[in-house]
Ligand binder design. Structure first.
Ligand SMILES: C[S@@+](CC[C@H](N)C(=O)[O-])C[C@H]1O[C@@H](n2cnc3c(N)ncnc32)[C@H](O)[C@@H]1O
Length: 240
């Protein structure tokens, strides 16, 4: 599964950049998460691990707040886009850092992509100093004006790999956690743009090739109109 995730993101660089340039959504999520983390950090918030840095959208946000931000990702092609920060190609489940190396670990829209968040969460706890903070942002999907899941009646092959509840539970096993929900008004066209990213279309059609799954997602969402609400759960934990 990790190899599949890596390939899906290796294939997603240009569509990811196009989506972010159009919406600024991942920048917004990283800024909100950075604010929650800094507010709870017990002491300095100088060294941050941006876990699942992708093309560096979240890295740039954390680099404005911390003295040293390390960008880590499993996808070499995503990471290649980032030039300014130290980059590490690695898996959340095996972080190549000594114990207590960081004041903060941030998973901006990334921890939900692992099959078992407990392993990555234990690794995050290990590389954090006592009193350090961890944060994760996980998708809750899109709902219409009546609060109905936009995808509830649409025919697709699968859902997100790991739900927000599982991520919250894994973090709560290791840390004292606080959580909340962020909501963004989102146009139907931006929901389609999100699923034009091959790695995101894989949420719906994991078995199809990149081009086919993007085309099928576009077809699936063709009739969606107006504005819907995209929701994300945030979870912040403090290390003992
Ligand atoms: C949706 S992108 C978010 C990127 C970035 N944080 C941002 O805000 O734009 C998720 C990233 O997590 C990475 N990722 C997924 N599973 C991973 C794993 N097990 N180890 C390291 N990175 C992983 C993906 O390669 C992808 O670049």
């Amino acid at each position: 599964m990790k190899a599949v995730v890596r390939t899906n993101f290796d294939d997603s660089v240009s569509a990811y950049d196009a989506y972010e340039q159009r919406t600024g959504r991942f920048t917004a999520l990283a800024k909100l998460l950075a604010a929650e983390l800094s507010a709870r950090a017990d002491g300095p918030f100088d060294t941050v691990l941006d876990a699942g840095a992708g093309t560096g959208v979240s890295t740039r946000v954390f680099a404005q707040r911390a003295q040293r931000t390390v960008a880590l990702d499993i996808s070499r092609e995503m990471l290649r886009e980032l030039e300014a920060a130290p980059r590490v190609e690695a898996d959340f489940d095996h972080l190549p850092f000594v114990d207590g190396a960081f004041d903060g670990v941030a998973f901006t829209a990334s921890l939900f992509l692992v099959p078992d968040p407990a392993v990555a969460t234990r690794e995050a706890a290990r590389v954090l100093r006592p009193g350090g903070v961890v944060g994760a942002v996980a998708p809750l999907g899109w709902v219409d004006a009546d609060g109905t899941d936009v995808f509830a009646d649409l025919e697709r092959d699968s859902r997100s790999p790991t739900g927000a509840d599982a991520i919250e539970a894994a973090l709560a096993d290791e840390f004292t956690v606080t959580t909340g929900t962020w909501r963004f008004a989102t146009t139907a066209e931006d929901v389609r743009r999100f699923h034009a990213i091959p790695a995101m279309a894989a949420r719906l059609y994991p078995r199809l090739a990149a081009d086919e799954r993007v085309a099928k997602a576009r077809e699936l969402l063709a009739d969606l109109e107006g504005t819907v609400e995209q929701r994300w759960r945030w979870i912040v934990g403090v290390a003992e």
